[in-house]
Design a protein around this ligand. Structure first.
Ligand code: PMP
Length: 439
């Protein structure tokens, strides 16, 4: 985390006076901290461009952390919110019935094939709901997740989270075991795909089911289709199929955490579809609400068969959020976004890959759809977070917003509606930032 008054004080000169004043006040009065190595005070936004409080413009190549899939100030989302605003903003969906959350649930069911929806407000809550449902359904209390995973920061989801060690320190955990994800660039077994035979997935059965937990004690395996916070790690397709098979063989539930990769970010609505794998439970948030806070847990009726009232909350299915969500999903569908995402994603991967020749600090370029990661390394291929952060700061000065993830990765997750021109300009600026960062 960055202290803009001390180590990052130089970055103050890159923003205007109004921004400096807000940052100073914020640091005194809120407990918010920023994971970004540059200071941005936002004011307004449209499409893929954010304008700061002093009027400077930035192309947001991370869509507000993979949230603004339909773009900022999307006219159709705004119209749906305005229409709902005129009627009613909140009703306590746990107490009353209403049209917006029901219409949205139908759309979610149509897009995902799941027959039931549980609403909440964020990713961590969707994961908490899935943990509770898995416990309730199996009457077991052991959980499994993967190294480098991220599932949230409340106590249940934090037990699963395996990146960001600092956020786990001092907090008690549910009974959780961790297995290796298919991080092929840094294979934990020093093997190479495909001759490796997906040893990492097999470890799930060997190590976890036979040593740390027993299948009789394991409620669910939680997995991200593509690891997000852990470093934009895309596993080979066999990995998820193997994990699916191990869960089926051992009668353990599979939960897909689609919070970052879902909602068309990788092409299909369900990122797991890329791997032809179906989980019993899927968790959503981030882009789901079209920019408003909304989370959801999806499952089939046979799985989500707990009686009404076992789990609930005040704001889930909020009327404004449901209206925004439905408008955003309908807009993305209408734009044939799946094809566009696939096309733009492979273009991005190719162009970032071409930079590797001139910039040897780019160790790996990987991605699925518009979830693309660039791993920054030293000449011996070891991680280089200092250089990574320098690149992020130079990128900010050039007018693009990027985010770190993993130990040494820069992530790209632009709005799915980013134009060709914006993407061209964004990648040009990235190249300039690489140069300025002194490679
Ligand atoms: N799961 C995944 C895969 C995520 O990427 C995140 C957020 N980065 C979460 C869960 C938690 O979401 P939230 O911050 O909305 O609680």
């Amino acid at each position: 985390y960055f202290d803009f008054f001390e180590h990052e004080a130089g970055m103050f000169n890159t923003v205007g006076p109004k921004a400096r004043e807000i940052i100073e006040q914020d640091c005194k009065i809120t407990s918010a901290c920023t994971a970004r190595p540059y200071p941005l005070v936002v004011d307004s936004a449209k499409g893929s461009v954010i304008r700061d409080i002093d009027g400077r413009e930035y192309i947001d190549l991370v869509a507000g952390i993979a949230v603004m899939n339909a773009g900022y100030s999307n006219p159709e989302v705004k119209a749906a919110i305005s229409a709902q605003l005129e009627k009613m903003t909140h009703c306590g969906y746990g107490d009353f019935f209403a049209e917006p959350p029901v219409k949205l649930a139908k759309k979610l069911s149509e897009l995902s094939g799941y027959s039931k929806v549980f609403y909440c407000n964020s990713g961590t809550e969707a994961v908490e709901a899935a943990i509770k449902l898995a416990f309730w359904k199996t009457k077991r209390q052991g959980l499994i997740s993967f190294y480098n995973s991220f599932h949230g920061r409340t106590l249940g989801s934090l037990s699963l989270t395996c990146s960001k060690a600092r956020q786990k320190e001092h907090f008690p955990a549910l009974r959780t075991a961790h297995s290796h994800y298919a991080y092929c660039y840094r294979c934990p077994f020093k093997l190479e795909y495909p001759s490796c035979g997906i040893e990492c997935a097999k470890e799930l059965e060997n190590l976890i089911f036979r040593r740390e937990l027993s299948p009789m004690d394991t409620a669910a395996v939680f997995v991200e289709p593509v690891q997000g916070e852990g470093g934009y790690i895309v596993p080979p397709p066999e990995f998820h199929r193997e994990v699916r098979q191990i869960c089926t063989d051992n009668d353990v539930l599979l939960v897909a955490d689609e919070v970052q990769a879902g909602c068309f970010r990788t092409g299909p609505f369900l990122a797991m579809e890329n791997f032809e794998v179906r989980a019993e439970i899927s968790c959503f948030a981030k882009a789901l609400g079209g920019g408003l806070p909304l989370g959801a847990m999806l499952a089939d009726r046979e799985i989500m068969d707990w009686p009404q009232g076992v789990h609930s909350n005040t704001f889930g299915g909020n009327l404004l959020a449901s209206a925004a969500s439905l408008a955003s999903l309908e807009f993305l569908e209408k734009e044939n976004i799946e094809d566009r995402v696939k096309e733009l994603g492979s273009q991005m991967k190719q162009r970032l890959g071409e930079l590797q020749e001139n910039f040897p600090c780019i160790g790996d370029v990987r991605g699925l759809g518009l979830m693309v990661g660039v791993e920054i390394v030293k000449p011996d291929k070891s991680i280089d977070p200092i250089r990574r952060d320098r690149i992020l700061r130079e990128a900010f000065k050039e007018g693009i917003l990027l985010l770190p993830c993993g130990d040494s990765v820069i992530r790209f997750s632009p709005p799915l509606v980013i134009t060709d021109e914006e993407l061209d300009s964004g990648l040009e600026k990235f190249q300039k930032a690489l140069k300025k960062a002194g490679i």
